[in-house]
Structures are given as structure tokens and as C-alpha cells.
Design a protein. Sequence first.
Length: 426
Amino acid sequence: MYAIGLVLVLVATINAGKHDQYSGYSVHGVKLRDDSDKVFITELTDSLDLDVWQDGVAGARDALVMLDPNSRLAVLDELDARGIQHYLHLRDVAQAFETHDEQINQWKQSRSGRLVPFNDYPRYAEVDAYLETIAAQYPELVTLVNAGQSYEGRDIKYLKISTTNFTDTSKPIYFMDAMIHAREWVTTPTALFSIHRLVEDLRDQDRDLLEDIDWIILPITNPDGYEFSHDDTRLWRRTRSINLEVSDTCFGVDGNRNFDVNWNTTGVSQDPCSQTYPGTSAFSEPETRILRDIFDEYIDRMEIFMNIHSHGNWVLYGFGNETLPPNAIHLHLVGAAMGAAMDAMKLPEADWYKVGNSAMILYGTSGSAQDYGQLVGVPLSYTLELPSYGFDFRVPPEYIEHINRETWEGIAVTARLARTTFRARQ
Ligand SMILES: [Zn+2]
């Protein structure tokens, strides 16, 4: 008995410690009244290098900011002094993620034998196995491409899905990728579900999507960061590259600030420990170079690009410096159709999707995948921020199936509109 008790205590200790680095950290909702509040919060979070979980929009959406126990009172005092309302969103981040882990474990157990990777939070190896299996089972439809390796040497793979093996130049290409930001776990399932619906479970009403369009689907752009977020630091967002000339304590860069488009200008931090550090140069990261090369190879027919993130219910387009591409009306029309299609299926507890230029309705950025796609000639280049139902990065696994189906409806609508705009360009 004694030995068993000891083992149980040990197991409990190990589990309890998984997220200890966030012990005492709290997350606070902040209500922004106007743009000057927004500027104030941005300057405050930048100067203290705070982790912003959700950017706020004045009068529309609260910011979510994580505070450590040492600076919490000072930050809240600053907000109070300015008359900015705030509230406690999460009392203890470590505890919150332990609870989330437990939900995921229970979900896996309750679905044992029936669990498929797109209804779960699959590890890199499980995603890899799924891609390999699909490619092996549907060789006439699917080509698996190993696009190169991440910094730590993981293969970054994508599927090409086509009824004509990418040889019919009258078809547009739809490119989607997920998980450039490691902690946004719910993004990869939506990419996998798109593969599932195109290949394993094609419905009659979607047959045109398979026949008229060629697809490139890349489910994990940043596998190093993703695995690190599972094994070590749950809120890891960046890549995992090491550059000792820059820092010997902070590794990686924000992949979505690392593209060669207005690089290192807006919405970035020069602090190599910041979540928005853009790197020492554009395309310093192998992961972003892989996306660059995909654009390069397929740009002639690539009509639409969907860079999938979590969370916030946004469909966003360029440019991040508040200038608009010449086809902004088309971008808005297609983005709005996507938002409407997803809203038509929304759960009561979900936010409505908002659609617009990323800088005008959310915040300025530079070096983003969305902007790079637009710059190099993808007419319809988007950032998609999936819903979180108030659970930020802890979306309970029970919601994944719904997000997948809802997002697929949005993707289907945009694919058909992209087919129309592509044909109009020919
Ligand atoms: Zn993101």
C-alpha cells in the first residue's frame, strides 16, 4: 500500500508541475474606450514585454493580457490611474492549463478507438502519420510533399490534392496552412478536416471543389514550436531557432513577422524575447522560407491563401501597414462571404466574425504571411482567426468538431468565389 501511495504522490507531483512556470500568472480582460486607450495598452505591454493573449478593439472586444505576480499590481494601478476598466479573466494560468490537459485526457479516453486526428489535438507524429496514410490510400488524388526541414530537423509536409495531378492550368490553387503560431492548437485540426472532407468524405455538394480546384494543405508550419508547446512551454508562439549573437536565453522568432514584406516596421518588437520579435532578417527561419518557396512554385495559379490562426473570429486581409491592395473590394467581398457562412453555423456562445483590413480593424503588422501572399501576387490572401468561445488558447476538445465543420463551410465558400475570380482573370 505504502509503495502504491508513494507512486501516486509522485505521479500527482509530476502532473501538477507541468505548467509551474505559469504559477501565479493571471490573465486580465481590459476594456478599451477609444484609440488612445489602445495606444496606451500597446505601449504598456510593449515596454513591459507582456504577453497579449488577445488584442482589443475599442468598444468592440476586450484585450486579454497575461500578468506575472511581480508586476501585476503596478500594471493594474496604471490602468486604474487612467480610468481603464479591467477584470480578472484567469486567476491562475498554471491551474487553467492543468485543467485543460485533464479535459483533453478525458476526451481522448472517452473517444478511445474512435478518435481521429482532426477531432483531437494531435501531436506532430500523429499528423505526419495521417498525411502519410492519406497519401498512400488515395494515390490518384493525393501527393505528399516533404517541403524541407524545420530548424530542429522535423519534416514540414503538405498534401497536394487534385483530380488532375496539378497539370490542368485552368484550375486555381487554394493554399492553406496552419500552426505558424505554436500555441494556437485548434488550427491544425481545421486543416486536417479540410483534407478529410476533400479526400475521405467528399460530399456530393462539394464535388465541384475537388474537381475544379487544386489544393495545397500544410497542417503544421511550425512543428518545433508546436512540439515545444506540448512538452515544455504551453504558451510558446514562436519558432525555435537559436541565434547566440542575439540572445542566449530567448530562442525563436515570430514566424508571422518574418516574411519579406515591410519587414521589421510595424507591430514588431526589437526585444529578442518578445512574442513579436521579427528575427535578424526577413526569412531568417527555415519555416517561413518553406512557405515562401511554395508561393514561388505555384504563384501562377494560386488564387487564394488562408493562413489559419486562433483566436478571435476574424477574417483579415492586407496590408498590415493600413494600405489596401488594388483589389480590396474583392478581398472584402470574399472575406465577408466567408464570415457570413461561418456565422450561419455559429454556436450561441461564439462571437460574430469580423472582416476587414487587418491594420484598420485590429492592429498594424509587418512581415506577415498574409501580406507576403498578397505582395507576391495571390489575389485573395487572408489571415483567419478561429473562434475560442471565451477559452482563449484552451479551446475544449468538445468544440473542435464544430469549429472544423463551421470553418469548412467558410473555406468552401471562398474556394468557389476564388474559382470565379480566377476564371475572370484568364
Ligand atoms: Zn497567430
